[in-house]
Design a protein around this ligand. Structure first.
Ligand code: SAM
Ligand code: SF4
Ligand code: F3S
Length: 455
């Protein structure tokens, strides 16, 4: 890694949109700039270097970015007298230097595989003639971004990328076009990183990839995710989560590894997208409604108290009322603890963008509202099971509304609220594991008193 000392003393701010992959890449950007002697500031207005880590998975994310970048034009100049605006992430990868046609004040555009070049690009932009500098690095010549330094958001949780890219080409999705084909990180590098993180005091890791279940296929010829879970479980790390899983690649070996590795949390995010086999086929998901339900049942059999969550798209082109009813019935049958629901967004360049859809917008919105209401009902029901139980929470910080109320997540990834006990400094509890006796179970959180000693 090159360290660029000419940036020392400049201030920077990173603004992140999109998925965990971007959050992690943003940590790498902060780590890199920190290594170059730059100082992080709280707002883009104060910063000499502003980096936007962008997302284009849905149309809204695009439009949102243009607004934010335009706001930078009218912002007063920073102390150094010159602000460098950098666009990274998936929009940068998709649009390259043509971004400047929509956003004139952009100085640097860097693709999803060009993070390590950022300090040089900023330097070039600062000494250049006002032309936008663009960098995209081919997959082959670029090391895994984890080889770069990272500045973690907090001391007790870490994202650990295990693979990147996606080979699935779901017909609605832009991700394979902006993140490239699947590439795996070396097995031993991942385990070593988790061991090191554990030694540094990290308590929870989330193994990251667009399709974690196929980890190993590209590098080793066959999937090794189950083996990886077991090896990571032996590092001593207390909590392991992972995302995202594709149902077609979730093997019985992985389910067994989850059940038999105590540090793997009893929670699984498994995107279903639709409950209609016809729509799933048009989406190129490569499983049927029946396959998904059978898979969910086998997971529940192996891990009875598991919390399943999912992603669902409403209004895929040609979705009928009957298809949508199938989605509702699958959601009821599986009994998800939570779900992210999205209205289909046409992504130019994907196969689904070519399918015409006569369904009126209001019909799709009405379906979306019905699904959201069902998801909320199920989340409420799932939380009632926790009433009277004592759950462990990893404490993340104070609630925005009341600084004596602390917020954490349970093993099942449920939000837990509790009041810091009398005489206890709430800040001291952040990063600790505490037990909370649940006496209130709302739709989106559990609440109760802390019992016993923090660990
Ligand atoms: N690889 C992950 C998986 O398959 O579970 C998903 C990654 S994607 C970043 C997150 C979610 O965005 C998807 O599961 C899907 O529900 C949603 N999504 C992707 N493309 C979309 C589109 N064109 N319109 C609406 N939602 C979309
Ligand atoms: Fe997109 Fe499908 Fe790949 Fe997930 S599996 S990133 S939804 S193409
Ligand atoms: Fe968005 Fe790129 Fe993630 S498109 S969802 S930031 S992979």
């Amino acid at each position: 890694m090159q360290v660029n000392n000419s940036l020392a003393g400049l201030t920077y701010h990173v603004k992140t949109f999109g998925c965990q992959m971007n959050l992690h890449d943003a940590e790498r950007v902060s780590g890199l700039l920190g290594t170059c002697g730059c100082l992080e500031v709280a707002t883009p207005e104060e910063a000499d270097i502003v980096v936007f880590m962008t997302c284009c998975v849905r149309e809204k994310a695009d439009t949102h970015l243009y607004g934010q970048v335009s706001a930078m034009v009218s912002a007063p100049e920073p102390p150094s007298g010159r602000r460098v605006v950098c666009i990274g992430g998936c929009i940068a990868q998709r649009d390259g230097a043509s971004i400047r046609e929509h956003m004139r004040n952009v100085d640097v555009v860097f693709g999803t595989r060009a993070i390590s070049s950022l300090p040089e690009l900023i330097d070039e932009a600062r000494s250049g003639n006002g032309k936008t500098v663009f960098a995209d690095t081919s997959e082959d010549s670029q090391g895994f971004s984890s080889d770069l330094p990272s500045r973690r958001e907090n001391a007790w949780h870490a994202w650990v990328p295990i693979m990147t890219g996606c080979n699935n080409f779901c017909s609605y999705c832009i991700v394979p076009y902006v993140r490239g084909r699947e590439r795996d990180r070396a097995f031993d590098d991942i385990v070593d990183e988790v061991r090191r993180l554990h030694a540094e005091g990290v308590r929870e890791v989330c193994l990251l990839g667009q399709n974690v279940n196929s980890f190993g296929r590209q590098r080793y010829g066959s999937p090794r995710f189950a083996e990886l879970l077991r090896a990571v479980g032996e590092t001593g790390i207390e909590r392991i989560r992972f995302t995202s899983s594709h149902p077609k690649d979730l093997s019985p070996a992985t389910i067994a590894a989850m059940a038999e590795t105590p540090a793997v949390m009893p929670q699984l995010h498994l995107a279903v997208q639709s409950g209609s086999t016809r729509v799933l086929k048009a989406m190129n998901r490569r499983y049927t409604r029946e396959d998904y339900i059978a898979l969910a049942n086998s997971i529940k059999e192996a891990i009875p108290d598991i919390a399943l969550s999912t992603d669902i798209i409403v209004g895929f082109p040609g979705e009928t009322e009957e298809d949508f009813e199938q989605t509702l019935s699958l959601v009821r049958e599986v009994g998800f603890a939570s779900a992210f629901t999205f209205i289909y967004s046409k992504r130019p360049g994907t196969p689904a963008a070519k399918i015409d859809d006569p369904t009126p917008r209001e019909v799709i919105q009405e379906r979306f509202d019905r699904l959201a209401a069902l998801v909320a009902d199920l989340a409420h029901d799932a939380n009632q099971v926790e009433l009277g139980r004592t759950v462990e929470a990893l404490v993340e910080g104070a609630s925005k509304r009341d600084e004596r109320v602390l917020v954490g997540h349970s093993p099942k990834n449920k939000t837990v609220h509790f009041e810091a006990p009398e005489g206890c400094d709430p800040h001291e509890l952040v990063g600790k594991l505490v037990d909370v006796r649940v006496d209130e179970a709302r739709t989106w959180y559990l609440r109760g008193p802390m019992v016993g000693e923090p660990r």
